[in-house]
Design a protein around this ligand. Structure first.
Ligand code: NOJ
Length: 534
């Protein structure tokens, strides 16, 4: 198998509104990111996945783009973007742009023209029908919005300010590829492709994900923009199976480098229920089954997967599945060790490396996220009580991941000098912050730093096979083996002591506990985790 730089990479996701505010307006910006590149260099990451910084009315925090080739004023300008690329490059950090091409903003020039002038070529860049059908928006309600002027409806699988693009239109596709090429010329190292599994949709048959032409489009995109460039391309593919993942990411198919699929995240809510019907009791046997499936069915050379617990759409893993109280740091290390020693490319979401937690949102006035806001509105209309709605938002709402990064114990956690930040700073920043993490050689930060370093040098992380071991329910243990090396990874995913027989000895590669004690007592303490070379 040909190895690429991204096989040995760890990616760090930045949510620009919340990372670092340089100009005191309460919102993060590009200059803020530049000012913290040395911190990221210390963590050791290979690349940044930059959530959207393009011009946008910010209905969905930048996932509604009005100009793909301009920077949103709140984040800076193109000169700042170029400076970020140059400064990152100096530190051997690559920049992966978020590519949001399933939809644009309704304020994009294409949509403005399409709406104002139904006979323009741009009209066909979007999806118009005389009558709506049953398609629903992810952000509540119908996916069709009536346009009075033309007496037609346009499709929006997300907010009504995010009209879906019509990928059937070849001119539109070419415009997207040209735009990608201009970003590549600027020096970006790849793209994270937002809900890319939706671009092959057939609205009239109510087919949205994995539509019949999806892979043709991706192959065409590859030819037009990606060929022979050694970029990282990662598709956000909610409904992928290992079979589908191979279609996307088998190198012979010339589509994407890897998928970013969410099967394990599905355990954060009740089976077949909306996400708001959340589940905080981690089903460890189900988690083991899902990871084992992905580790074994996506064979080496046949495809590639991403490894993650957190992103900007998910609750903080420590709060939903870990222990964000007594065992906050220890459970953080357990999750990190479990994930980062599997095959795939690991992603760290900002703040994960210092163990940031969900926010105790008091009421709806503190909520910004359009998904949560729309859900609350709809649920209230349906007669649900406000407290149960707030309970769901607090547990699983997207704003949990989006509160400002906690840099110091000081005012606004060192994120901003503004009196008010766009989302409130978590009160626990007094204890949980970068400054404190860096000062403590035993902190979660250094576990991540070590895992990132291992990823760069240890080929077995790529090559070794995977075998799940038969253990107590709450213990996740696996072996990874190459022709001449074996590694054992053991993690207790619970607050309780668990039985565990350690039958072998070996060199400790990383861990958060004393392996000799585990061996002697035949027990794992709460959230014990370690990797042995055996
Ligand atoms: C997925 C993104 O991760 C999410 O934040 C966004 O709201 C939707 N796609 C729509 O672009």
């Amino acid at each position: 198998m040909k190895k690429h730089w991204w096989h040995k990479a760890t990616i760090y996701q930045i949510y620009p509104k919340s990372f670092m505010d340089s100009n005191g307006d309460g919102v993060g910006d590009l200059k803020g990111i530049i000012s913290e590149l040395d911190y990221l260099k210390k963590l050791g990451i290979t690349a940044i996945w930059l959530s959207p910084v393009y011009q946008s009315p910010m209905d969905d925090n930048g996932y509604d783009i009005s100009d793909y080739e301009a920077i949103a004023d709140i984040f800076g300008d193109m000169a700042d973007m170029e400076e970020l690329l140059a400064e990152a490059n100096k530190r051997h950090i690559r920049i992966i742009m978020d590519l949001v091409v399933n939809h644009t903003s309704d304020e994009h020039a294409w949509f403005v023209e399409a709406r104002e002038n139904p006979s323009s070529p741009e009209r066909d860049f979007y999806i118009w029908r005389d009558q709506p059908n049953g398609l629903k928006s992810t952000f509540s309600g119908s996916a069709w919005q009536y346009d009075e002027a033309s007496n037609q409806y346009y499709l929006h699988l997300f907010s009504k300010k995010q009209p879906d693009l019509n990928w059937e239109n070849a001119d539109l596709r070419q415009k997207i590829y040209d735009m990608m090429n201009r970003w590549i010329d600027k020096g970006v190292a790849g793209f994270r492709m937002d809900v890319i599994d939706l671009i092959g949709k057939i609205p009239d048959q109510e087919i949205t994900g994995n539509g019949p032409k999806l892979h043709d489009y991706l192959k065409e995109m590859h030819q037009a923009s990606l060929l022979n460039k050694d970029l990282l391309t990662v598709g956000e593919t909610w409904g992928a199976t290992p079979e589908i993942a191979k279609q996307y990411s088998n190198p012979d198919n010339h589509e994407l480098s890897m998928v970013f699929q969410f099967e394990h995240i599905g355990l954060q809510h009740k089976p077949n229920a909306p996400k708001w019907d959340y589940e905080t009791e981690l089903n460890v046997p189900a988690l083991k089954e899902i990871f084992t499936k992905w580790q074994t069915k996506l064979e080496l050379g046949q495809g590639w997967n991403s490894l993650f617990w957190n992103n900007h759409d998910l609750p903080r893993v420590l709060s939903i599945w870990g222990n964000d109280g007594e065992y906050r740091e220890k459970s953080g290390k357990a999750f990190a060790v479990l994930l980062h020693l599997m095959r795939g490319t690991p992603y760290i979401y900002q703040g994960e490396e210092i163990g940031m937690t969900n926010y105790p949102f008091a009421d709806l006035t503190e909520i910004e996220d359009i998904e949560s806001v729309n859900y609350a509105k709809e649920a209230l209309e349906e007669g649900q009580d406000l407290e149960s709605i707030m309970d769901s938002i607090r547990a699983i709402g997207r704003d949990n991941a989006r509160t400002p990064m906690q840099w110091t114990a000081g005012q606004q956690a060192g994120f901003s000098r503004a009196d008010k930040t766009w989302l409130p700073v978590h009160p626990n920043h007094e204890a949980i912050n970068v400054e404190a993490a860096l000062a403590d050689s035993e902190s979660l930060f250094y576990t991540y730093q070590k895992l990132v370093a291992l990823r760069k040098t240890q080929d077995w992380l790529i090559d070794a096979d995977f075998e799940l071991l038969n253990t107590a329910n709450k213990v996740f243990a696996y072996k990874r083996r190459t022709a001449d090396e074996s590694y054992l990874i053991v993690v207790n995913l619970s607050d309780q002591v668990q039985p565990f027989e350690l039958a072998v000895e070996g060199e400790v590669i990383i861990g958060n506990t004393c392996v000799e004690t585990v061996s002697k007592t035949k027990q794992l303490q709460a959230w014990d985790a370690f990797c042995l070379k055996i």
